[in-house]
Design a binder for this molecule. Sequence first.
Ligand SMILES: *Cc1c(COP(=O)(O)O)cnc(C)c1O
Length: 340
Amino acid sequence: MIDLRSDTVTKPTEAMRKAMYDAEVGDDVYGEDYTVRKLEEIAAEMLGKEDALFVTSGTQGNQIAVLTHCQPGNEILLEADSHIFYYEGAAISAFAGVQPRTISGNRGQMSAKDVAASIRVDDIHMPETSLICLENTHNRAGGAVVPIENMKDIYSVAQNHHIPLHLDGARLFNASVASNTKLSEYGAQTDTIQVCLSKGLGAPIGSVIAGSAPFIKDARKWRKRLGGGLRQVGVIAAPGIVALTQMVDRLEEDHKRAKRLAEGLREIPNITVENEVDTNIIVVNISKTNISVDDFLHRLKEQEVLAVPFGSETVRFTTNYHITDENIEQVLQKLNACLK
Ligand SMILES: *Cc1c(COP(=O)(O)O)cnc(C)c1O
């Protein structure tokens, strides 16, 4: 199978397996797991933050950030297609008791003007705006890189209003590599960040959230409340260290392969590539083929290619470190074959 469903379908590398075996561990709830502490220190340093916290998933990291920044009855501002709003089961309402206020963006970018206009004034009728969330790269915008200038503009609005800013950076490494921007430069434009180790970087599990030392202290307590305080968890933090230190630069290859796949797809009749391919995600509209999304994916599967539905007329392909140049050419041939 050529599995282009996601960059989460990767298996741990040999170096990761070895790191797991060799990991020095202790009870992390007592702060005694050396490997977890090392992962947190490396992540904090890379992201230019005081401290960091290892969490089980991107969703848990984002939710801990919302819980730490907000009180029930607050309102948070976020992009209308953002993961926190779209794909986290309304957890912000279910757990933190906050109300979302969405702003439509362009390729994942909200305008700083729209953000400023959506901040509530002090009025007995209104909720308080307690958090602004950004996402980079933007998942539903097809892995679009949100430019650092846009982040700067929004951060300055946030700071002027004394509202914290959280960055959902599940794929911030992709943004960093694609735009040649250091992770710490992004880190400087936000108060807190969540990054996934288990997406393009190939670790089997985990995310890290980063921010000020007081933020991480509170976040650690929220993680414990949610049942996310783990014990000899260095065995799963160890592949995260490999992810951060060995798997970032190679994302460039995933981006090149995604661009090559998009280029080939554009030559196939009745198929439209909907996004500008900045990173590793390709969104393809198949409505003109007169084949349903289900049928299209089924035919692809018969050719041993996997992709995912992304709407009623669109499917999504994502490159990852298992995918080779040869695989991309095979996918293009097979697509031609299954559309005949
Ligand atoms: C995948 C993803 C998450 C959530 O990560 P999980 O580890 O799957 O919970 C959050 N934000 C974005 C933008 C994502 O793509």
